[in-house]
Design a protein around this ligand. Sequence first.
Ligand SMILES: *Cc1c(COP(=O)(O)O)cnc(C)c1O
Length: 225
Amino acid sequence: MARIEEIADNYNLKVIYDAAHAFGVKDNDGGLLNHGDLSVLSCHATKMFNTFEGGAIICPDEKTKHRIDHLKNFGFVDEVTVVAAGINGKMSEINAAFGLLQLKGIDDALAKRKIIDARYREGLKNVTGIRCANVGEHVANYAYFPIFVNAQNRDLLYEKLKANGIFARRYFYPLISDFTMYRSLPSAAQSNLPVARKISHEVICLPLYPNLENEEIDFIVSLIA
Ligand SMILES: *Cc1c(COP(=O)(O)O)cnc(C)c1O
């Protein structure tokens, strides 16, 4: 992020982060969401903190917040004053209500996720052919549990888990640059994205949610082993 900020300063650019997964994530400066001009969270059902659908924009000051408030509500300031060409980007009341309920239990959910993460790590530490992603303990929000599998075996393992009722996910796969509508762009050339390409064929995210039972974790570990 320091490097991105440097480039932005140099060219007088704004930085908007896709911080979809970064709820509760910290770095040495505090909250990860404090970086850039804006940070955007996803509260989709697959995220650590969710409102079923929805999201949040983290902004640095009140003026920016008012601007966003206007833009997300058709540019309305009041019944007769419209100050911008806005969109209907409001979060619905029902989604917000789900979010408020989730917030009440979020510390407990985080603590449970941390224990599950540790059990996966312990169970998988001697399994050959896979590698667990290492995120520093002080920064993690235990949203997902990604493992790296040899590209030749990744889909075999994915299918085996699925055949046993375990619905792991291959993130982020396929790579966006492989979508038909982007594939032919010069920036989507394979040679531009060697690391992303390699990883997209190696990752499986194992199920991780607060009420995942120990026996279920152990079953998943035994299938992988
Ligand atoms: C989930 C996700 C999104 C999309 O979030 P929505 O709430 O569905 O708009 C965008 N970027 C990343 C990296 C994500 O994981």
